[in-house]
Structure formats: structure tokens, C-alpha cells
Design a protein around this ligand. Structure first.
Ligand SMILES: *[C@@H]1O[C@H](CO)[C@@H](O)[C@H](O)[C@H]1NC(C)=O
Ligand SMILES: *[C@@H]1O[C@H](CO)[C@@H](O)[C@H](O)[C@H]1NC(C)=O
Ligand SMILES: *[C@@H]1O[C@H](CO)[C@@H](O)[C@H](O)[C@H]1NC(C)=O
Length: 426
């Protein structure tokens, strides 16, 4: 009887193993067929076309796969299990460990969507039960090179010819086409470009997706705004929460090409208040300038969320189905606003070629950073969940912080003027 039971258990285990083995095998062949290293050889007709050359990825130098390594702490954090994303990750890591480029991606934007729903349905048993937007995310997960609509190739080259080309701080602000008023408030306040105290050069770009189709007036307004302020970078993809990882990645490609030597980058929303600093105020610029070189080269600082887990309530806007991702989130800096070294972004771009896209952009950044073996630094100056109700009008509180979520354009202007007033004594 006992032997019988053991035999039964062995049979069950072997079956489970075979199912698991088969499902990963299937996944792997699916990968190598579409994007794997052998892809080009298996499809001799797929050649580099002229139209490919215009995509950003073709002009952004691709890091050599041998320079990419994924830390053990990251591998220990992300469980190896049957969830789709986890399987994609470990399939990519297997290729990486074999010295192959796991994601030599198809740079053809129009051809990258997973049109074969059957493949997703085979790999994700309850795919049909996912929210429509989530299904949409999965179909476009491998699409990384949206066409550029508005570009600023000269952003980080000095206009006057004599001054430096060095960008100390690049503000990369996530905006959307209709948010003109917010952008204008940022330009007039914390995101104002130019050399600040002791000549530190600050530059600003707003990152946009495509304008909504139902507003035909927006596109001409945006090109006017872009030619006037020269600070809009826009790609042709639909603005949506689940496309923010794509926006971040598109920005990385843009930055590596057009502003590769920026010392620091601020990534954040267009409705936060950043205490950049001024003539007498230390704030963000003073903080960055005071860093030891060893720290400055691997800075990733903000409001750190260190013990988060995926939300499993389908009604939540951050809902993550269990069959998609199963595991904790690594510590990450809240996407409302964080600071990161330019040097780290170069490595982040390389490692992001191995880590599959995750639908939440700040979690994705945290994953890549962890894969690089770097830890986020928590700083109480970043209040991405806002300060206490009674302090929201308090100028001295604002003056002592680095970043606060979330302020209207009017509040931003008022606060900025207030904290820079010579009459203010804190
Ligand atoms: C890109 O993919 C689309 C759709 O699969 C195809 O029609 C087009 O010819 C491809 N373009 C290139 C340059 O390969
Ligand atoms: C700034 O960059 C431009 C373009 O790369 C170059 O022509 C110019 O000489 C540079 N200026 C300085 C001061 O380095
Ligand atoms: C992301 O952008 C692509 C390209 O415009 C679009 O097809 C897709 O629906 C968007 N994804 C989501 C989740 O909105």
C-alpha cells in the first residue's frame, strides 16, 4: 500500500515536471522564433531595411551582451515558478548565462505585437480573464522602439557655442499631450533650464506619447510648443498607465543617444513640486553636488517602497494577475519622482534588454536596478504621497524638502515664488 502511494507520488511529480518542462520549452522556442539569437538565421528573408535605420534602437548603440550581468540577489528575489513573467525572465537568464543575447529584438515596431493570441493563451491559461488593457499590454510586451514624433537631438548641446556641453541635471518629466498648463508651470519654476547656482547646467525634456485621436487640434499645437520651447520628446504610442514602462525605455534610448553625459537624471511626473534650489537654497542641486563621487556614480534615490507586493484586486489600477507575476516587488523608488545617476542609466539600458517589460514603470526600474546589484536609497526629502494636510501651504516645509506630490500649476507657481522670497524666514 505504502509502495503504491510512493509510486503514485512519483508519477504525479514526473507528470508535473514534464508539464513544466514542456511549457518552458514551448516558451523558449516561441522566444527564439520571434526574437532569439537564431532568429535572423532561421529567417534569411529578414534583413535590415532602410526603415529600420530610422528607429531609435538602430542608432542607439546596443550594449554587448557580455557586458550585461544579472546579480544573484535579483535572482534570489524573483521566484522561479510557473507565472508567465517569471518564466520569461528565467528563459532570458538561461540564454544570457549561455552567452547569448536573450533579447536581440525585432526592431520592427509594426511587426512586434503578439498578434498570435493563441500563443499567449497557450502560455497563460487564464489570459481570457485578464482585463482588456492588461491583455493589450501582454500583446505589446516585446515592442520597445516606438517611432519618434518630436525629437530634441540638440537638447544637450550648448546653443551659444561657447559654454559647456555638460548637463549636470536632466529633468525627464512624464507628461501627456494635453497637459500644457502643467508643463508651462514647470518651465517657469522648478524645471527652468539654464545654468543655476555656480554654473550647474539644468536641462528639461517632457516625455509624451501620441495625442488622442479624438483631438485633431492637439498635434499642431504640440509641434508649435516643441518648436518654441524645444523641450518636447514624443513617440507614437498610446498614452496609458500600462505604457509607462515603454515610455521610460524610450527615454533611455533617447538619453543614451542625445544626452549621454548627463551627470544626473530626474524622472518624475509633471504634477510634482521639485525644490530644485536657487541662489541661496541648497535643495536638489546642492544635494547632488555634495555627493561623494563613489555615491554620485551609483545614485538611485527617492521615496523607497521596500516591501511591496503585487495588488491582486482586479479593480485596482495596479492590478497584477497571479498567473502573470508571482513574487514580491524588489525595493523601488516611487515613480512620482526620483533621482538617478546618468552612469547608472547606461547600465540600466543594457540590463533592461534582459528583463522583460513589467507593466508598472517604477517597479520595472527597481527590478533592473536590483538586477544591477544596486540598492535604492531612501530619502525623507521625497514625499511622493504628499505631506500632512496642515503642512500643504507651509512654505518652510516645502523649502526643507526635495520633492512633493502633487501640486496644481497655480500651487506650483505660488509655492515657488514663496520659497524664493527674500522675506521668508524659516
Ligand atoms: C514590419 O512588420 C510588418 C508587419 O508584420 C510588415 O508588413 C513589414 O514589412 C515589416 N517591415 C520591415 C521593415 O521588416
Ligand atoms: C559641444 O558639442 C558640440 C557637438 O557635439 C561640439 O561641436 C562642440 O565643440 C562642443 N563644445 C564644447 C565646449 O565642448
Ligand atoms: C501602448 O501603446 C501601443 C502603441 O500605440 C498601443 O497599441 C497599446 O494599446 C498601448 N497599451 C496600452 C496598455 O494602452
Amino acid at each position: 500500500m505504502r509502495r503504491f502511494k510512493t509510486l503514485g507520488a512519483v508519477v504525479v511529480l514526473v507528470t508535473l515536471f514534464l508539464i513544466y518542462f514542456y511549457s518552458t520549452l514551448h516558451l523558449e522556442t516561441a522566444y527564439s522564433r520571434r526574437a532569439g539569437p537564431g532568429g535572423l538565421l532561421k529567417h534569411p528573408t529578414r534583413q535590415v531595411q532602410d526603415s529600420d535605420v530610422k528607429t531609435p534602437s538602430a542608432t542607439t548603440p546596443h550594449p554587448d551582451v557580455h557586458e550585461v550581468s544579472v546579480s544573484d540577489v535579483f535572482r534570489e528575489t524573483i521566484p522561479r515558478n510557473g507565472a508567465y513573467w517569471n518564466r520569461l525572465l528565467y528563459a532570458a537568464l538561461r540564454n544570457l548565462d549561455k552567452g547569448e543575447d536573450p533579447f536581440r529584438r525585432d526592431t520592427n515596431w509594426s511587426g512586434c505585437r503578439e498578434t498570435n493570441r493563441e500563443l499567449l493563451q497557450n502560455n497563460v491559461h487564464d489570459f481570457a480573464s485578464y482585463p482588456v488593457l492588461f491583455q493589450d499590454f501582454l500583446e505589446g510586451m516585446k515592442c520597445r522602439t516606438p517611432p519618434v514624433l518630436l525629437d530634441q537631438p540638440n537638447k544637450c548641446i550648448s546653443g551659444d557655442g561657447k559654454a559647456d556641453n555638460q548637463t549636470f541635471l536632466l529633468f525627464a518629466i512624464k507628461s501627456t499631450p494635453g497637459n500644457f498648463e502643467r508643463r508651462q508651470a514647470v518651465r517657469e519654476t522648478w524645471g527652468r533650464e539654464g545654468p543655476h547656482q555656480s554654473g550647474l547646467r539644468v536641462r528639461t525634456v517632457f516625455l509624451l506619447g501620441s495625442p488622442p485621436l479624438d483631438d485633431p487640434h492637439l498635434a499642431p499645437l504640440l509641434s508649435f510648443e516643441a518648436s518654441h520651447f524645444k523641450d518636447l520628446v514624443q513617440w507614437d504610442f498610446h498614452e496609458s498607465l500600462l505604457n509607462l514602462t515603454l515610455k521610460m525605455n524610450a527615454f533611455l534610448q533617447w538619453m543614451l543617444k542625445n544626452c549621454p553625459s548627463a551627470s544626473f537624471v530626474f524622472s518624475g511626473d509633471d504634477d510634482v513640486f521639485v525644490n530644485t534650489g536657487g541662489t541661496r537654497l541648497p535643495a536638489v542641486l546642492g544635494y547632488l553636488r555634495s555627493l561623494e563621487p563613489s555615491k554620485a556614480s551609483r545614485l538611485y534615490v527617492g521615496h523607497v517602497i521596500s516591501t511591496a507586493n503585487p495588488l491582486r484586486d482586479p479593480a485596482s489600477k495596479y492590478y497584477i494577475p497571479l498567473s502573470f507575476y508571482d513574487g514580491p516587488y524588489p525595493a523601488y523608488a516611487g515613480g512620482g519622482g526620483f533621482l538617478i545617476s546618468g552612469a547608472l542609466l547606461h547600465r540600466l539600458h543594457a540590463v533592461s534588454r534582459v528583463i522583460p517589460f513589467f507593466p508598472i514603470d517604477d517597479v520595472y526600474t527597481g527590478m533592473c536596478i536590483k538586477a544591477m546589484g544596486v540598492s535604492p536609497e531612501a530619502n525623507d526629502g521625497f514625499q511622493t504621497f504628499d505631506v500632512k494636510e496642515e503642512d500643504r501651504e507651509n512654505l518652510c516645509v516645502h523649502k526643507s524638502l526635495l520633492l512633493i506630490h502633487q501640486r496644481s500649476p497655480q500651487q506650483t507657481k505660488k509655492l515657488w515664488k514663496g520659497i524664493h522670497s527674500p522675506l521668508l524666514t524659516c
